[in-house]
Design a protein. Structure first.
Length: 162
């Protein structure tokens, strides 16, 4: 039991760290009304382990803080990732192509409102939904599924829960 908790915390911490590093390295296009956040590819990981849910949330929270995001972005952007991760985990037994849908939808719906009301970006909300949505399809859909297919054969080694 103790080993299982330790493994869960370790996996969550590693996922959070990787998310932060990817957000920071790719910061020039991780923020703004047109963004492709490479770290969002990790939102596929709840298919493999529930530890990815808190890991992605904490990683997004820290990535937003270190990236200089404003408080509403830190809160609501991170919540969008948390919502997406949770529902990806709920879809873990469904077809893999459904797994990226929750983070794509949650970020497409929430982030444009953050851009408008936290940063004062006056582009039309539907346009920002389109631009954020396209970025999410690239990061979660394309890169996330590539990550999924790269990891699936090793899932019992990498993501075992003791």
């Amino acid at each position: 039991m103790k080993d299982k908790k330790l493994l869960f915390i370790t996996q969550a911490a590693m996922i959070a760290a990787i998310y932060v590093v990817l957000t920071y390295i790719f910061a020039p296009f991780s923020f703004g009304e047109i963004q492709v956040r490479i770290s969002e590819a990790l939102t596929i990981l709840p298919v493999f382990t529930p530890a990815a849910i808190p890991g992605l949330f904490v990683g997004c929270l820290l990535g937003n803080m270190l990236g200089g995001a404003l408080l509403p972005d830190i809160i609501f952007g991170s919540l969008a990732t948390l919502i997406g991760a949770f529902f990806t985990w709920k879809l873990r037994n469904a077809h893999p192509f459904l797994a990226p849908v929750p983070p794509i939808l949650s970020n497409t719906i929430i982030v444009p409102f953050v851009l408008r009301y936290a940063y004062g970006i006056l582009l039309p909300i539907p346009f920002m939904m389109l631009t954020v949505g396209i970025g999410e399809v690239i990061s979660c859909g394309v890169l996330g599924l590539l990550l999924y297919y790269g990891l699936r054969r090793y899932k019992n080694v990498i993501f075992r829960m003791a």
